[in-house]
Design a protein around this ligand. Structure first.
Ligand SMILES: NC(=O)c1ccc[n+]([C@@H]2O[C@H](COP(=O)([O-])OP(=O)(O)OC[C@H]3O[C@@H](n4cnc5c(N)ncnc54)[C@H](O)[C@@H]3O)[C@@H](O)[C@H]2O)c1
Length: 360
């Protein structure tokens, strides 16, 4: 077990801890990091079916009171309906400020669990127990929480840093292959932001990573979480460097929105969104065809899609109007000139529409 990564946020600093073991080791870590109080455990049906009984028994064995709340899997659960149902369920028993929400699952459970914790009694602790590659490498770290509303994805949410992040790599054995591949999209994004060494590592270790070899997956999620920890420590609320983490997300979100959240996973949409960002970047003088080809090969080796679905210009541009990365008449894109050399560039919406119309 490697040393924890720390997200250095002064007196709110917290560790990101890799846990290759079973439910017993996760319960021990939760017991250690959570304050004495009840645990409000949030998970989804798939994670509950695979690991719920074992984790529940392990928490009982440590004498921790845990109340479980199990939601349907999928992006649809990041909704106003689910959160209001959870508020009702949670308050059917007394809640105290020393209680802790424990979010056990992927990015959906993490985003919803973080949001729940930030709203209960104006904010109680949350421990993120990440069980997908995507959550371990990205979503569980950094304190962004969110739910979706009809106008768009993650438009309602809070910044609420966890007390700790547990990367439960021991749970990945049950993660469906498609979800494992999807999670690597955020790792590729991190590598592009980090530099040549990280991109070259992905080129060399693509096969091991694609087949889910534990050492390769662990290395990948730690590299990605480590980069995110540094960026979040410098810019917790996304005023500057944190915006780089949106690489591939602007058009990725449009793909998720237009295809109805579900047929494309978040990671698949980000993968294609990254290729599109490299294309648009090149059209505006950032990056090279070689860089694009390297990224496309890395993504393709992880069975990730690199070509967009066929959408109309209206489907592309509609969601951009309410994009969080919009300022005035421009959208902030992340363009890369080379690995480790990426920047946020405002692009006038008219230019984006023009480029998309030519692409369509
Ligand atoms: N807060 C952030 O900074 C941030 C960053 C990136 C993404 N996100 C969010 O993350 C979400 C996507 O997360 P995700 O890709 O982890 O999806 P997810 O949470 O939907 O999990 C994917 C699927 O895997 C199942 N699953 C999870 N762990 C499992 C396990 N160990 N064994 C068996 N099945 C398992 C889930 O039930 C689900 O069906 C999106 O909503 C996205 O907006 C948030």
């Amino acid at each position: 077990v490697s040393a924890p990564i720390w997200v250095e946020l002064g007196d709110r600093r917290y560790p990101v801890i890799g846990l290759p073991g079973d439910a017993g080791s996760v319960a021990a870590s939760i017991d250690e990091v959570a304050r004495p109080g009840s645990l409000i455990v949030l998970t989804d049906e798939n994670v509950h079916a695979a690991h719920g009984d074992a984790l529940s028994r392990a928490l009982d064995a440590r004498g921790r009171t845990a109340r479980w709340h199990v939601i349907p899997p999928g992006e649809g659960s990041k909704s106003v309906t689910t959160i209001s149902r959870l508020w009702e369920e949670v308050f059917s028993e007394p809640v105290q400020r020393t209680d802790t929400v424990v979010a056990v699952g992927g990015g959906v459970v993490g985003d919803l669990g973080g949001f729940l914790a930030s709203t209960l009694l104006r904010g109680i602790d949350v421990v993120q127990v990440a069980t997908t590659v995507l959550a371990m490498s990205d979503a569980a770290v950094g304190g962004k929480t969110g739910i979706n509303v009809p106008a768009g994805k993650n438009l309602v949410g809070t910044f609420h840093q966890p007390r700790a992040v547990l990367q439960w790599t021991g749970a990945l054995a049950t993660l469906p292959e498609r979800e494992r591949h999807s999670g690597v999209a955020e790792v590729v994004k991190s590598a592009l932001l980090a530099g040549e060494e990280e991109v070259a590592w992905l080129e060399t270790n693509g096969v091991a990573l694609a087949s889910g070899e534990p050492a390769a997956v662990t290395h990948a999620v730690q590299m990605s979480a480590g980069l995110k920890a540094k960026i979040v420590a410098d810019d917790e609320r996304e005023g500057g460097a944190r915006r780089l983490l949106n690489l591939g997300h602007t058009l990725g979100h449009v793909i998720e929105h237009a295809t109805g959240y579900g047929s494309w996973t978040h990671g698949e949409a980000v993968a294609t969104g990254m290729v599109l960002a490299l294309d648009l970047g090149q059209a505006r003088g950032f990056g090279t065809p070689e860089l694009r080809e390297r990224v496309v090969s890395i993504l393709a080796a992880q069975k990730l899609p690199v070509a967009p679905p066929s959408l109309t210009v209206g489907q592309w541009t509609g969601p951009l109007a309410v994009d969080k990365k919009r300022t005035g008449d421009s959208i902030q894109f992340v363009f890369c000139s080379a690995p480790g050399n990426c920047q946020v560039v405002p692009v006038p919406i008219v230019d984006v529409v023009d480029w998309l119309s030519r692409m369509c």
